[in-house]
Design a protein around this ligand. Sequence first.
Ligand SMILES: C[S@@+](CC[C@H](N)C(=O)[O-])C[C@H]1O[C@@H](n2cnc3c(N)ncnc32)[C@H](O)[C@@H]1O
Length: 252
Amino acid sequence: MRRLLLIGIGAGDPDYLTVQAIRAIDAFDVLFVVTKDAATDELVTARRDVVARHRTAGPYRTVELVDPPRPWREAPDYRAAVVRWRAQRTEQWSSAIRDGLADGETGAFLVWGDPSLYESTLAVVAEVAAEDDLDLDYEVLPGISAVHALTARHRIPLNRVGRAVQISPARLLADGMPDGVDDVVVMLDGRTTFATIAADGIEIYWGAYLGTPDEVLIRGPLAEVADEIVRVRDAARARKGWVFDSYLLRRR
Ligand SMILES: C[S@@+](CC[C@H](N)C(=O)[O-])C[C@H]1O[C@@H](n2cnc3c(N)ncnc32)[C@H](O)[C@@H]1O
């Protein structure tokens, strides 16, 4: 049987790694590394650094998986574009695992944050593992997500007493806070959506590059701080070439 470890490595700080993740870094024979565009090179480097820092076992092999292009921003049908992209990934990963991982060996993917949150690694591996002629088992090791990095760095509880919290991609906030929701964590925002919604009565807790030396935190009434966040975010993105930010919107 082949074995895969999906290791959550936390969303920024190398110290976010759990003891379980550190042990798993010593347990693989093959590291599968997904490379995307130039903007995410830094995240690939961060993963390599994590292995260099924690691995004490002997050498390992690396298999690079060049990600298929992600056309969904322009695609008229978002869901269909995602389904197509996932199918391409599944095919690519299936043959890479068959060719690169021998029977009895353990492979690993280092997954940013937690593997269960806005990550397709887990879904793609589940599909590959379901292939009848491939004897593959996999294990998921949880990590500290950007959601928890955000609340820790702002020193706030995620929920208010007895209340619900929604986690949402920014795409679904185009028309403002969802009805009936008072607390929403927004991720995957390429377009500063927070600056386009009705701001009255809403507090924002915003963080970029959480847990890294570039971390920036801004909080306050959305109406008062939205412009500042846009300015700071634009400047950071111009300087680094990419930005990862998340925020909690909380109705007062
Ligand atoms: C593809 S999702 C991956 C989420 C990841 N699995 C997690 O558990 O945090 C990428 C999004 O996560 C958020 N994110 C990840 N790392 C972050 C960080 N260090 N600071 C702020 N936001 C981050 C951003 O909203 C980004 O657009």
